[in-house]
Ligand binder design. Structure first.
Ligand SMILES: [Mn+2]
Length: 357
């Protein structure tokens, strides 16, 4: 008799278990991308998740920015471009996979900042991902001309929020640091000379005659000479040149560094270039020329976020070579977070209509 009651109880329990009704999740307003499994009406395959569809930066909409299409659907205010180029490095290659790696590292980014309470991906600015520019890996001269053209086309389209500025701004995902040269040519065309705020473990101002030029004119254009070339082409202000070392952070602190950068660039338009090797290899092992003794990820993010208010006309995160990363995706997660901060700076200050205003 007892065993019959027990069997009956177990049967009833298992039958009841199938009727569990999940309570509403108060914190998540409908429609949500996360549903308890249950009735078919709650199954959704249209709004996506961090793992669905094709991988773009922070799951932003993909727009093919490189084709001729001036429809409103193809207008934007901030565009990500990948520059899969690493044939001008002096150290370890692999940054051609940087854009893909950073996008993977960004898949959980929603744009929210716990420090500002704002979502930079849901502001006045329409932010999109153009995918990677098609760059040949066989000829650096041709590849950089392709990247020049990609920047020209993407930055020449009409902005979406035209009341905030006529031209869209670009954040480039490198690629080795040579790719910044194309970006600076592009910002020069729209905004004139800029002050470059350059985060790097190397100065990248080598004379091309010294680094590569002895081999060929072609070899003189590389990731260690691009700032020298940018200066020769008149793309950057002299206020770009001032060195703050990693150990200065121990002496003057994060706010001291922010103050020095702001004092140096003054009121000029700025281009922010972040070579991920500015981070200590503990925080960013996946790069071509790692140098011990750099910033931590938190320090770099605090400094970049502290530049809020500056007129940022272009930016990049470069030298991410995912093949050297830890299994925890240490570098690509850091690079994605830094890129998200760059969006925040662009959203915080519109830059008007360039040199025509
Ligand atoms: Mn560099």
């Amino acid at each position: 008799m007892h065993s019959l009651i027990l069997t009956l109880s177990l049967f009833l329990l298992s039958a009841l278990a199938r009727d569990i009704v999940f309570p509403p999740i108060a914190a998540i307003p409908n429609p949500s991308t996360q549903y308890p499994l249950g009735h078919e009406s709650t199954i959704d395959i249209t709004t996506g998740s961090q793992f669905s569809g094709l991988t773009t930066f922070a799951n932003l909409p993909y727009v093919n920015c490189f084709i001729e299409d001036d429809s409103p659907l193809n207008s934007y205010d901030i565009a990500f471009i990948g520059a899969p180029f690493d044939t001008a490095v002096t150290g370890r290659p692999g940054a051609r996979f940087g854009p893909k790696g950073i996008r993977l590292g960004s898949r959980r980014l929603g744009g929210w900042s716990v420090y500002t309470g704002e979502n930079v991906l849901a502001s006045w600015a329409k932010v999109i991902d153009c995918g990677d520019a098609p760059l040949t890996w066989l000829d650096n001269t041709v590849a950089l001309k392709q990247l020049d053209l990609a920047h020209k086309v993407v930055s020449s389209r009409r902005a979406n929020a035209t009341d905030r500025g006529q031209f869209p701004r670009i954040i480039t995902l490198g690629g080795d640091h040579t790719t910044t040269l194309s970006a600076l040519r592009s910002t020069y065309e729209k905004w004139g000379p800029v002050s470059v705020i350059h985060f790097d473990s190397h100065i990248d101002t080598w004379d091309p005659e010294v680094l590569g030029g002895g081999i060929s004119h072609y070899a003189g254009v590389n990731h260690g000479t691009f700032l020298h070339l940018a200066h020769e082409e008149g793309l950057i202000h002299n206020t770009s040149i001032h060195i703050i070392t990693a150990r200065d952070i121990d002496r003057i602190g994060i706010s001291g560094i922010i103050d020095q950068i702001k004092a140096r660039v003054g009121e000029s338009n700025v281009y922010i270039s972040i070579d991920i090797d500015v981070l200590d290899p503990a925080f960013a092992p996946a790069t071509g020329t790692a140098e011990p003794g750099g910033f931590s990820t938190r320090e770099l993010l605090s400094i970049v976020d502290g530049l809020r208010g500056l007129p940022v006309v272009g930016a990049d995160v470069v030298e991410v070579a995912p093949v050297y990363d830890s299994v925890g995706e240490t570098t690509t997660l850091a690079a994605a977070e830094v890129a998200n901060s760059l969006v925040g700076l662009m959203v915080a200050r519109a830059v008007g209509d360039g040199i025509t205003e």
